[in-house]
Design a protein around this ligand. Sequence first.
Ligand SMILES: NC(=O)c1ccc[n+]([C@@H]2O[C@H](COP(=O)([O-])OP(=O)(O)OC[C@H]3O[C@@H](n4cnc5c(N)ncnc54)[C@H](OP(=O)(O)O)[C@@H]3O)[C@@H](O)[C@H]2O)c1
Length: 294
Amino acid sequence: MTVLVTGATGTVGRQVVRHLLEQGRKVRALTRDPGRAVLPYGVEVAAGDLTDAAGLEAAFDGVTAVHLINFGVGYRPLANGRDIVALAERAGVGKATVLGGWQEGTLEPAVRASGLEWTFLRPMQFMANFLNDWGESLRTTGRVREPYGDRQSPPVDEYDIGAVAAAVLTQDGHGGRSYHLTGPEVLTPRRMVAIIAEATGRDLRFEELTPDQVRREWSVPGRRPPLSLFRAFAEAAGADEADLVESLLRMYGTPNEYATTLTDHVEQVVGRPPRTFAQWAAEQAHHFLPTNPR
Ligand SMILES: NC(=O)c1ccc[n+]([C@@H]2O[C@H](COP(=O)([O-])OP(=O)(O)OC[C@H]3O[C@@H](n4cnc5c(N)ncnc54)[C@H](OP(=O)(O)O)[C@@H]3O)[C@@H](O)[C@H]2O)c1
């Protein structure tokens, strides 16, 4: 059994690969640039670009299950979902997981209409976002400066998304389902900074910005802080650069029932509760320590 993992060098794909290897599976990892890809020992590397299905024949050869990402240019949904699914069917692939975001593209309907045993994975905010978004600022200033410090979300550990994907790809009983993957608790940025402070033993603070401060400080070209979730959202939705800050304020400032609802889907699939933000922060603590001790 060979499992093809697309997005294998990314935040989630790396975890899918890790769990499959731990199960002793044969893993093939797709990347556009094998020379740059850092993948674990034992993984077979396949070169290919999802936007060009014709070039993926070799990558799909002999594959029994595939983990698919639904994007191909930035986070914009793939336009050639039908070609990818047709290729998977010709190759005799049995199971497919599809990692998606807020927007369906052409891949999801093609997968639904196919003979593949498909499962959609729809995670909430990845815990890794907080490393990308806050890492540098916490290392260098000990502060996170953002609006809406009490906004709520149930972030999920990317380790658990990988565990769910690996289980679904190798076990029966998950066909035709959509798993909405959340962590075990609804948290706020203010609380998460406190948890990282505890994990690192550092005096870290959340500093609330007013919407007007955000407009003044984040609209300066080149000064917009990195915000994974928002960037992904804006890119996928094709947001206008000028409207980025306003859309962010709208998104952060609008309570969202979806973002405060916990699911038990991680536990249903992997048989244990999802990992907590405190567990994640303890493991990642070294990334939040100052690079130059003060
Ligand atoms: N961040 C969140 O909180 C969040 C929450 C819910 C859902 N999501 C969804 O999760 C997905 C992002 O996953 P991620 O964070 O794991 O991605 P990521 O870390 O940004 O990595 C992107 C991966 O996609 C691969 N890739 C990109 N374009 C490709 C193409 N044209 N052909 C082949 N491979 C390609 C890259 O491979 P190479 O560069 O090696 O080719 C890389 O492995 C998005 O669909 C997003 O909507 C994110």
